[in-house]
Write a protein that binds this ligand. Structure first.
Ligand SMILES: [Zn+2]
Length: 381
């Protein structure tokens, strides 16, 4: 099993989970449909040469990023505040003004719309096969295309290319980056910014529910740099953001790809071994905690909540329901298990008194929301 990022011949398997739901961000209209979602195998390997981790059993053919796919996080006020900070960083600190901006994998277009709206001279082109909404917006300054971005779009000249939370979904990340580079043939001065989860944050915190099928490629700051160098980019910086959970990389086109990219695995191989060794312990611990006491919910029907719930309560014996702020998810069912997804206001009618928080970054926001609703629900993490 060769490393897809640095081509090292030896990589090591560190975690296997059989039969996991292939999608974490699809919701289903019935519990039966949710329980019968397509499943795949997670066989995570780590590269001791560069620190990159990947699912060697990943099959892209099982995935369908269609109209039902919804990974919108902007329903959360604190996530919106985080996005506002990123927009300010780009537009004010990095001077993305009077700029032609391409977003690769723009989702529903929330972020690109904010970056374009933040300066009257900005124009944007969003590419995403799962995009829903108007094709043209902001008086023509913003356009969306329901297709993958690649060399065919060379005529769309760009000053900035943004790609957030896409590269971890791709089995051959260097090929994706080469395709972006080819699309920029007529934009040699373009700046490229990428955001993706940080593997080291997941492993250090033993955040077991952050390893799942959709994320077949996971990077450390160093291995993300390796991938960009191999694809022909000069990396200017890689920072940790969102409380350390995400990486933010800024790069420009290099004259040519390098055969001798950065290779700094750091401590990540040892961390991967410790992580895998902890899997049985934390599942037993959570089974015990969920079994006793008041009726309990999971807070967050995103990838973390779906993975956690599938691992600790596949038969719906312990967890009553899953809470989510996204109105498109409310009234639907969780992929893999079929737990009902509800609005926070419905916790009382279900007599739920405890909720397990999937992301500690949202604790204060959720406590405020519960207080406004007059609900007494203990938040656990
Ligand atoms: Zn490698």
């Amino acid at each position: 099993m060769t490393c897809p990022v640095c081509s090292a011949a030896e990589t090591r398997e560190f975690l296997v989970r059989e039969s996991v739901p292939v999608h974490q961000n699809l919701v289903m209209a019935t519990a039966e449909a949710a329980a019968s979602i397509a499943r795949g195998r997670l066989a995570m390997r780590i590269c001791p040469s560069c620190g990159f981790a990947f699912n060697a059993a990943f099959d892209a053919g099982l995935l369908a990023y269609g109209d039902d796919y919804d990974n919108t996080q902007s329903h959360s006020p604190s996530f919106r505040a985080y996005l506002d900070e990123l927009v300010a960083h780009l537009v004010t600190t990095r001077g993305v003004q009077d700029a032609r901006i391409v977003e690769v994998g723009c989702g529903k277009g929330y972020f690109l719309r904010e970056v374009v709206a933040a300066h009257p001279g900005n124009r944007g082109w969003g590419f995403d096969p799962s995009y829903l909404g108007p094709e043209v917006d902001l008086d023509g300054r913003l356009q969306f295309r329901r297709e993958l971005y690649g060399p065919a779009h060379e005529s769309v000249t760009a000053d900035v290319v943004i790609c957030r939370h896409v590269i971890e979904h791709v089995a051959d990340p260097v090929a994706l980056l080469r395709s972006v580079r080819a699309a920029l043939a007529s934009s040699p001065r373009a700046r490229v910014v990428f955001e993706t989860p940080c593997l080291e944050w997941i492993l250090r915190g033993l955040v077991s529910w952050d390893l799942f099928y959709e994320h077949c490629s996971l990077f450390t700051a160093a291995s993300l740099r390796t991938a960009f160098e191999r694809a022909g980019f000069a990396v200017e910086s890689v920072k940790h953001i969102f409380g350390g959970q995400y990486l933010w990389l800024e790069a420009r086109l290099a004259p040519a790809p390098t055969d001798a990219p950065t290779r700094e695995p750091g401590e990540v191989v040892a961390l991967a071994d410790a992580f895998a060794g902890d899997e049985q312990r934390w599942r037993a611990m959570w089974t015990e905690r969920l079994r006793g006491g008041d009726r309990v919910a999971v807070w967050g029907a995103g990838a973390k909540g779906v993975t956690f719930t599938n691992l600790v309560d596949p038969t719906r014996a312990l967890i009553d329901c899953v809470v989510d702020l996204n109105p498109r998810k409310q009234g639907q069912f969780l992929p893999g298990t079929g737990h009902p997804i509800i609005a926070p206001g419905d916790l009382a009618t279900r007599s739920v008194r405890r909720a397990v928080l999937m992301n500690p970054n949202y604790r204060a926001e959720n406590e405020r929301l519960l207080a406004e609703l007059g609900l007494t629900v203990a938040l656990e993490d």
